[in-house]
Write a protein of this length. Sequence first.
Length: 218
Amino acid sequence: DRRIKIAPSILSADFADFGREIGAIEAEGADWVHVDVMDGHFVPNLTFGPPAVKAFRPHVTTFMDVHLMIAPVDPYIEAYAEAGADMITAHVEAGPHPHRTLQAIRATGKKAGISLNPGTPAEAVAYLLDLCDMVLVMTVNPGFGGQKFIHSQIGKIERLRAMIGDRPIHIQVDGGVDPVTAPLVAAAGADVLVAGSAVFKGGSVADPAPYGANMRAI
Ligand code: DX5
Ligand code: ZN
């Protein structure tokens, strides 16, 4: 299914009101809900532990993809699986054994994703693709919402699309996706677009459909 899916990142949502925010983006057409987990070590920011993800779970009726920006990652896979992730994505840079990490994710019964920082070449996942349901191409350096899209990553998306061929593996893009960059990454071969600030900023709660309008723009 190569239809383009939008996965709003709740990193840009109102942190005092996740239940309402998730309900609103789903009502207005979000395909997935993207949860950014940061550890203050692999990336210079801190966000959601497993109890937070568990609290989001009952509000998500679509598909919750959990993007783990943590190192080490293996000791926490089961906890995020039990918290209710539908897909768990780990970074190829998180340790020396991403192949083992993907096996561990698969062993929980969840979908498995592998993510690439902007400085990491597409070839880093060549021997991991058969264990993946998704490759995530970071188009900003991970850690914060609202950063500028790094255009050099377009070539990486095209390269991955060629490497994947007709295997059923999603290409997700995360960072600086907005109405200008979304068509570029879709044309390069991405099919799941994460968007934080483009969805959540600019709308207002008073507006009857703030997120829907922003998602349609993407
Ligand atoms: C960045 C996160 C992203 C971020 C995207 O480290 O992985 O998911 O929330 O935010 P925008 O869309 O604002 O770049
Ligand atoms: Zn993310």
